[in-house]
Design a protein around this ligand. Structure first.
Ligand code: BV8
Length: 240
């Protein structure tokens, strides 16, 4: 498998919340803790959830943003960045909204679900740069619409350019590496199948089997923070 990676011209990496778990960011399916235990993330992360109670959803993202801004890239993020030294083209297609791949040094990142550190207005998607933290409820855009996090909620389309590029990159990759995703959320979950359909060698890294495991050429069971650095080591040991 290390040989395949080392000889690939293009590696496409699909990451999910599991990659950031070892940076202390709970995955979407981790039980909500404390104050948020009684809220269903799949309900809060929707336009309807936001309109039903803007201050509640605003505070939920404020809490999650504080965790993200406090988090550091872990050895899994760093290993993906190091692969760029040995493979001509590495594109990170992430479902995560935490920005940790960029902070780890990866240079070609497609954020399928947006980024929690960015804001836009609900009605017109006007970007909004600096928003005061700890407001307790969403401020308004100059157009009068409520501000919201610049993330993709359930029931919302993914940014068309990002999705189109993700499809194109995954179709032309020789190796697809799927890390830390349960493979339940569409359309991101279709990417590994598209990779396989176009002849990519499919590697999955996850402590548990997922919907993708059945089509993986190589399933490495374990934590990404432990396995990805070992893959990089194995690649470095290869004489190519
Ligand atoms: C869309 C941003 C077209 C927000 C997220 C009914 C009505 C409306 C829509 C639908 C519907 N039925 C289906 C849909 C489509 C829906 C969907 O797929 N629903 C699923 C749940 C059935 N998708 C959408 O709505 C998408 N848009 O389809 O538009 C459309 C338009 C209108 C109507 C219909 C369709 C938008 C999806 C994007 C949602 N936004 N995030 C926010 O974060 O607040 S998704 C969110 O959940 C996360 O971003 C993440 O992507 C996802 C969770 O997935 P994972 O990343 O895989 O995380 P998960 O917790 O599931 O798994 C973690 C994995 O890590 C596990 O496998 C675990 O074993 C592993 N792990 C744990 N520790 C480690 C590890 N791995 C490695 N190392 C470790 N240490």
């Amino acid at each position: 498998m290390a040989q395949r990676l080392r000889q690939a011209r293009k590696l496409a990496v699909l990451t999910g919340a599991g990659v950031s778990r070892e940076s202390g960011i709970p995955t979407f399916r981790d039980a909500q803790t404390g104050l948020w235990a009684s809220y269903d993330p799949a309900r809060l992360a929707t336009p309807q959830g936001f309109l039903a109670d803007p201050p509640l959803v605003w505070r939920w993202y404020d809490m999650r943003r504080a965790i993200v801004l406090d988090a550091q890239p872990n050895p899994g993020h760093l290993a993906l960045s190091e692969m760029e030294e040995m493979i001509p083209s590495v594109v990170i297609i992430t479902q995560n909204i935490d920005g940790l791949h960029a902070r780890a040094g990866s240079r070609d990142i497609i954020e399928l679900h947006g980024n929690i550190a960015r804001y836009k207005c609900f009605e017109n998607e006007h970007p909004q740069a600096d928003v005061q933290p700890g407001l307790g409820e969403p401020p308004r855009c100059s157009c009068g619409s409520l501000l919201r996090p610049d993330v993709v909620w359930f029931g919302e389309n993914l940014p068309p350019a990002a999705l189109e590029r993700a499809f194109s990159e995954i179709r032309s990759a020789q190796v697809a590496l799927v890390v830390g995703t349960s493979g339940l959320v569409q359309p991101a979950a279709s990417l590994p199948f598209i990779a396989r359909h176009h002849g990519a060698y499919l590697v999955e890294v996850n402590p548990e089997e997922t919907a993708t495991t059945i089509i993986a050429d190589c399933f490495l069971q374990g934590r990404s923070g432990e396995i990805l650095p070992r893959i990089v080591e194995a690649m470095r040991d290869l004489k190519v």
